[in-house]
Structures are given as C-alpha cells and as structure tokens.
Design a protein around this ligand. Structure first.
Ligand SMILES: [Cu+2]
Length: 327
C-alpha cells in the first residue's frame, strides 16, 4: 500500500518536472539584450532608433512606486490601499454571460472618488481575468456623476474572476491598483497555464518577445510584431504608446505596472518593435498581456514568462543584484 502511494507520487513529480522543464524554454532562447546593454547604447539591431534613456514619469503621467503603498507587496493584491477601496456593486453573479459590471472607488472620506489624474489617457483602467489567468480583458468603464463606474462585461464562464482597478486619485499623486475577486456561478474548467514560449500568434499576428528579465530590477522587454511574415511598421497609438502591457504573477495575481519606453502621439506610426521597462518583483511564473492596435483593432498577445531558475519557487533577489540569477 505504501509502495503504491510512493509510485503515484513518483509519477506526479515526474510530470511536474517535465512541465517546468518545458517552461524554461524562454530563458534559453531569448536574446539576452537587456543584460548585455543596460546603458543608453543602442543594441546594434537593425531597428529604428528609440529614445533612451526612457522618458520621465511625466510621459505616463504618474509617479508611483512599484510596490503597494508601503506594504512592500506588488500592486493588485489588496482591495484597499492608502484609504482608497474598490467596492463592486455586486461581487457574485448567478450565471456566466453578459452583464453590466458596476463598482465604486471610495476615498479616505468614505465617499465615492470623482477626482482622478489621467494615466495612459484614462482616469481608470479595469483589468478583468479569471483566477486561472484565462479570459483577460483590459477595458475602460464610464463614470457617472456620482462616481459609479460601469461597463458592459461578459463573464464568459463560471469561476472566480479577479478585477483590478488601476488609477491615480488626484489627491494621492500616484497610481494604485486595487483588486477584488468576483465569483460567477456555473461550470468551471480550469485552463492550464500555457508553456513559456518566445512567440505567440493572435488573429494572424505573430508576436515575439525578447529580453532577459531578472527579479528585482528593471529589465527591458522587446516585442516584435509581424503579419504574414512581414514586420508591421504601422502600429497605431493606443493609450499613449504603441502597446500597453500588463503582467500578472501566477499563483497570487500580483499586478505589474509596465512602462512603455516610447511615447506615441495621435497620427504617428510604430513598430515592429514595442519596448517596455519591467521590474518583476520575484522569481516565479508570470503571464504577460500585450495590447496593441493595428487596423483600428486592439488585440492582445499573451505570453508565459518564467523568471529565475526555479520558476515555480519565488526567491527574492537583492534589488542591487548585478549578476544573473542561477548557476
Ligand atoms: Cu487601460
């Protein structure tokens, strides 16, 4: 009997090792450009020049810190921070399907917040994803005079969903991201997190990710967009940049701010590269969601990225780490 248990465990461990072995693929196959060139020097690629050093905080209209307001934790893990609270009108739905999702942000005075500082061209960004990291949407609700936000939203399946409100209260002077769980009744089939790969396809667009991110310091991520084998050089500005990137940590759905390193004004064209400065707080597995706009349509390219040798085993690195983690 004991032997039977041991055999079962052995098989399970083997399957896990296989899964994580596959997840290492990205680390070995991407261009180690971020490590090789942390300074302002161009990378010698045959690409359009990009502005480095990166723009100041004014470029994205925010001066936030990377952690959740002195908690030492990444953003998105709390429903309340710095006196501001995310209050869904309804935190449970009786069935999957289209609904009108409504919520408020209450301020330190307990009243609905109505005074926001614009970030990435909006007063508030709403990210909705199921807890298994499937079903990602980045949307922009409308605010009524009384401070209530609302947006038509389709909870496409049952399960526990996570909503993130990413905004800067005018009185606070920095961005905060609050998160709340929303439960939706109905059948739920967890979607396994896809393996880490350096490229993905979304609606006919091939998107490749290059970079060598390490935990605890800012790394550059470069996405390259192609269509039918040809580089796309007429990306359209979306939210003040040629792309908008959200990263979520698998396991707890910590939310990462990602700063585009280039601004994009109306009428300008970008691509095929889109660059971001990103600081992953710890080793672990992350799901990256890149929104880009082409032909008037916003599409989302998704990537799984493992940081560190362990992947599934978060090991905080010193923030002044100067050598790559590993062996
Ligand atoms: Cu947004």
């Amino acid at each position: 009997m004991n032997r039977g248990v041991a055999l079962k465990l052995g098989g399970f461990t083997g399957a896990l090792l296989l899964a994580f072995g596959g997840a290492f693929a990205l680390g070995g196959s991407v261009d180690p450009v971020a490590d090789a060139a942390p300074t302002a020097a161009p990378h010698g690629e045959a690409s359009a020049p990009h502005s480095e050093p990166e723009p100041t905080g004014a470029a994205h209209g925010e001066g936030h810190s990377e952690t959740g307001g002195g908690t030492g934790q990444p953003p998105g893990l709390a429903i309340s921070e710095a006196g501001y609270t995310l209050v869904p009108a309804q935190s449970s739905f009786a069935a999957a399907g289209p609904t009108n999702f409504r919520f408020k942000i209450t301020g330190p005075d307990g009243k609905p917040l109505t005074s926001y500082q614009v970030t990435h061209e909006k007063d508030l960004h709403l990210i909705v994803v199921r807890r298994d990291l499937a079903g990602f949407k980045h949307v922009h609700p409308a605010r009524a005079a009384d401070g209530t936000w609302s947006i038509p939203f389709d909870f496409t399946a049952g399960g526990t969903w996570r909503v993130f409100a990413d905004f800067a209260p005018a009185a606070l002077g920095r961005t905060i991201t609050l998160g709340s769980d929303i439960t939706v009744a109905g059948p739920f089939k967890p979607v396994p997190l896809p393996r880490a790969t350096a490229s993905t396809n979304v609606e006919g667009y091939d998107v490749t990710l290059a970079g060598n991110p390490v935990a605890g310091r800012e790394s550059e991520l470069t996405f390259t967009v192609k269509r039918n084998g040809a580089t796309v050089t007429d990306l359209e500005p979306y939210l003040g940049a040629f792309g908008h990137l959200v990263s979520l940590r698998s396991g707890d759905l910590a939310y990462l701010h990602n700063h585009p390193t280039q601004e994009a004004v109306a009428g300008s064209k970008g691509g095929p590269e889109i660059k971001f400065g990103t600081t992953f707080p710890t080793d672990g597995i992350y799901r990256l969601y890149l929104d880009f706009k082409h032909g008037g349509v916003v599409r989302t390219a998704e990537f799984t990225v493992t940081i560190g040798a362990s992947g599934n085993h978060p090991v905080p690195l010193p923030t002044d780490a100067t050598t790559p983690h590993g062996h």
